[in-house]
Ligand binder design. Structure first.
Ligand code: GLA
Length: 395
């Protein structure tokens, strides 16, 4: 995974598109993966989260068709599929099940549902967001596909609408119960900034990451998946907590509406697990607001401490960490120049993110990799990341 070399990737993509699709006139679109800094599993409670778009992305080369055929080629899976747009439903329950093509096909399906005229297309896809690492490779495929199909159709949707269409594809077509965060940041990211997203209002506030800091992402190499049962189980427990509070306070529809005091008050009416999940979600959503205030005040130390606290909450209350990620976080926190570190994304594996002084970042990355290898025998991928813009055409 390497964010540089975009021009080389685009050339290779166009050549491949020409070879597979017989068309040299492709337009190229991109959409990034993301790392989340604060506010985990808050995005299906209407809460706040604070991701940044990474300089790793999915590229899509696209040429239009008018015959109702969607041809997809994945350079990463080295496979081409042909889908009649009129048979997207059959594809979902047939060949598309558990297959990479379900993501772009689901986006065509969901755009059509929104009234966008998709008349057919040839799309060639290539990505460098590591899959299964909790960095939203799926959302980057979805948003890149949506951006391409909208451009070919001469249509435009607001970024929040693009995100909703892609989330719908993932929920209803792929069958993974994700929230809106990943698609939203992939569509709307701004270089150099994290976004404090209000997932109920679908609005976002820009939070600049100071120049002297770097985000260092470390892949534990333990695979993460939103489709796995744990994500859905956590989601039900969060909904159980909201329902129990709602029985006492009818205005509470989601945890976004509740305070920690109300959660305590309703404790008897929910399972022990639901209580802990609720405590994580309510406190982590608040940490986003506190984090925005800290960045505004230039208080990086405070922001880093919020990241450390978020990890403890995710590990102990949400029960979504793993030994490998806990180890990475504790190793990171001991290294020079590190302000804070935590497991990022859906949990149960994937990556940690650390906020590190720019000057110390390379040394930090090397030491973290060495320390993890020494303790586990595993060679982790470690990236000093750039923060990129959201989806668009590559011109
Ligand atoms: C995954 C989901 C998101 C979000 C995060 C946890 O990335 O796709 O919607 O719920 O997990 O914050």
């Amino acid at each position: 995974m390497n964010g540089s070399g975009l021009a080389g990737r685009v050339d290779a993509l166009k050549r491949c598109h020409e070879e597979k699709m017989g068309n040299a006139a492709a337009r190229v679109f991109q959409a990034p993966g993301r790392v989340n800094l604060l506010g985990e599993h808050t995005d299906y409670s209407g809460g706040f989260c604070m991701p940044a778009a990474l300089n790793f992305n999915t590229l899509v080369a696209a040429t239009p068709r008018t015959d109702g055929l969607l041809r997809l080629h994945s350079m990463d899976f080295k496979e081409t599929v042909k889908i009649q747009l009129s048979e997207l439903e059959e594809w979902r329950t047939g060949t598309g099940q558990g297959h990479w093509s379900a993501y772009p096909a689901g986006v065509a399906w969901s755009l059509h549902e929104r009234g966008v005229k998709v008349l057919g297309a040839d799309l060639t896809l290539q990505g460098n967001v590591p899959p299964g690492a909790g960095l939203s490779s799926s959302a980057s495929v979805e948003v890149a596909t949506a951006t391409a199909l909208l451009a070919l159709a001469g249509a435009s949707l607001a970024k929040a609408e693009v995100a909703l269409a892609c989330q719908r594809a993932e929920n209803a077509y792929v069958g993974a119960p994700c929230g809106i965060m990943d698609q939203f940041i992939s569509a709307s990211g701004v270089a150099g900034h994290a976004l404090a997203i209000d997932t109920r209002a679908l609005t976002a506030e820009l939070a600049p990451i100071p120049d002297g800091l770097r985000l260092v992402v470390c892949n534990s190499m333990v695979r993460h998946s939103v489709g796995g049962g744990e994500y859905g189980e956590r989601r039900s427990q969060v909904e159980e907590a909201a329902a129990a509070i709602g029985r006492l306070h009818p205005r509470v529809k989601q945890l976004r509406d509740a305070t920690l005091a109300e959660l305590d008050e309703a404790k008897e009416g929910m399972s022990a697990a639901a209580y802990l999940r609720g405590r994580h979600v309510i406190s982590d959503s608040q940490r986003v607001l506190d984090g925005v205030a800290a960045l505004r005040a230039g208080d990086v130390a405070r922001y880093g401490k919020l990241m450390d606290e978020a990890h403890v909450s995710f590990r102990d209350d949400f029960g979504a960490s793993c030994d490998e990620c806990d180890l990475l976080v504790s190793l990171a926190q001991e290294l020079p120049g590190c302000f804070g570190s935590r497991l990022t994304g859906g949990g149960f594996g994937g990556c940690t993110v650390s906020l590190v002084e720019a000057e110390a970042a390379d040394e930090f990355a090397a030491s973290l990799k060495a320390g993890y290898h020494e303790r586990t025998g595993v060679v982790a991928d470690v990236f000093v990341c750039g923060i990129a813009d959201g989806a668009g055409e590559v011109l």
